[in-house]
Design a protein around this ligand. Structure first.
Ligand code: GDP
Ligand code: IMO
Ligand code: MG
Length: 431
């Protein structure tokens, strides 16, 4: 068993990555976030407490774990400080956190622009989190962005800030939005530097120090899900980064040779928040039942999540793209009580059965799911600790997921708490 594990969302986000990361983080020496920003909302529950994390890695609750916000992230330092304050108010005082000096910085105008771009789309909004994630990644790739390390050198920061603000204020003005005052922004960010400065460092060097030590356990925590991937997702209804395990080397600053074990986090059904095609989406009372039982409302925005059946076309696609070795099958308890449960095995597109999602959302919107129907189960399974103690119909559902996806289920989650976790693949216990 490798000591380097990637936790990847395999659907449209909110699969339970926070729970799985926290589960392993109890034993991990390091947890690294490698993409995304505070558009993520990762929930962790243990000892009767519930925590919600946005930018901060889900290993933060173990004082022995080094938490790293990698260079592939877009970091909003104002939000990081607020998040740390909230955790502090919840009693968390002993933790280790480092932020990459190469990580792109989300500035206040990025969320203004995120909102403005959305409004300009008329009825065709993406339904972003409006945290400025897309605009921040755009500036990174346009090479006018600021980076967290810039904060450590006031003169250089001033130079970069002036260059960025010349462009951004012009854009804000053109859109009829409020512009920003250089001196005010500069002073605010120098204050931020005094709060976060000691945490900003070359995190690639730090991670690599751990990688060469054979006894260290390192966890890479993805945000979002593969169907929101900028390259492979339901473009343009996607986020602006790639959640894939393939992003870990670039987003953490390590060689690809280190990645050898990937857990794909998948709900036992599917959800999506925001707009965009969703082939197995349900609009009936079953969707309502699942939404209420699974508390399917966004962690960040509170929006009701759209709900649908488990989609094996998506699962096969994302396991191929992200190199998933095992599923962590989440929210399995939520399916209890249904008479029948369905799994989508293929799509029918214009009269043909297809195995893979098509490239355009126009075609995906025409795809009709082909289902197999299985018996449901009525028992409450939220206290089950061993796979063998699950009802027969629930076991059959798990075996069917494995059969139609070609990937073994390594973990089953039967409740939000850390303890409500069934490990099936014994190798995963070694991490
Ligand atoms: P993430 O973004 O992938 O970390 O997932 P979120 O935290 O946004 O959403 C997952 C939600 O499901 C959270 O409210 C979790 O507390 C909850 N959750 C995770 N696993 C389970 C489970 O097995 N059963 C139930 N009922 N809830 C779960
Ligand atoms: P976690 O890590 C679910 C969705 C938004 C929107 C689209 C683009 O908690 O799984 P963005 O603000 O990124 O430009 O929005 O992506 N989205 C998520 N949906 N979980 C997330 O993160 C998400 N992060 C972004 O709802 O549809
Ligand atoms: Mg979430």
């Amino acid at each position: 068993m490798s000591q380097r594990l990637v936790v990847v969302g395999s659907q449209w986000g909110d699969e339970g990555k926070g729970k799985i990361t926290d589960y392993f983080a109890c034993r991990a020496d390091m947890v690294v976030r490698y993409q995304g920003g505070n558009n993520a909302g990762h929930t962790v529950m243990f000892d009767g407490h519930k925590y919600s994390l946005q930018s901060i890695p889900s290993g933060i609750f173990n004082p022995a774990t080094v938490n790293v916000m990698g260079n592939g992230m877009v970091v909003n330092p104002v939000s990081v400080i607020a998040e740390l304050q909230k955790l502090h108010d919840q009693g968390l005082t002993d933790y280790q956190l480092f932020i990459s000096d190469r990580a792109a910085m989300v500035m206040p105008w990025h969320s203004d622009l995120d909102g403005a771009y959305e409004n300009m789309k008329g009825g065709k909004q993406i339904g972003t989190t409006k945290k400025g994630i897309g605009p921040a990644y755009c500036d990174k790739y346009s090479r006018i962005g600021l980076r967290m390390g810039d904060l450590l050198d006031p003169e250089y920061f001033a130079e970069r800030l002036r260059a960025a603000m010349d462009v951004k204020n012009m854009e804000l003005r053109m859109l009829g939005l409020e512009t920003y005052d250089f001196d005010k922004v500069y002073d605010t960010y120098m204050e931020i530097a005094s709060v976060l400065g000691s945490r900003i460092c070359d995190t690639s060097a730090l991670i690599n120090e751990y990688l060469v030590m054979p006894d260290k356990k390192i966890l890479f925590e993805g945000a979002q899900g593969m169907m929101l991937c900028i390259d492979h997702g339901t473009y343009p209804f996607v986020t602006s980064s790639s959640p894939s395990a393939a992003s870990v080397p670039v987003g953490a600053g390590i060689s690809p040779k280190w990645i050898d074990n990937v857990v794909g986090v998948a709900k036992a059904y599917c959800t999506r928040v925001g707009e965009g095609p969703f082939p197995t989406e349900l609009h009936d009372h079953i969707a309502e039942e699942i939404r209420e039982r699974g508390h399917e409302y966004g962690t960040v925005t509170g929006r009701p999540r759209r709900v649908g059946w488990f989609d094996a076309v998506v699962a096969r696609y994302t396991s191929r793209l992200a190199g998933i070795d095992n599923w962590a099958l989440m929210l399995f308890d939520v399916l209890s009580g249904l008479d029948k449960v369905k799994i989508c095995t293929n799509y029918e597109l214009d009269g043909k059965i297809i195995d893979n999602p098509p490239a355009t959302i126009a075609m995906l919107a025409r795809c009709k799911p082909v289902y197999i129907e299985l018996e449901g189960w009525k028992e409450d399974i939220s206290d089950v600790k061993d796979f063998n103690d699950l009802p027969e119909a629930a076991k059959a559902y798990v075996r069917k997921v494995e059969e139609v996806t070609g990937v073994k289920v390594g973990i089953i989650s039967v409740g939000p708490d850390r303890k409500q976790t069934i490990i099936i693949d014994e190798k995963l216990r070694e991490f």
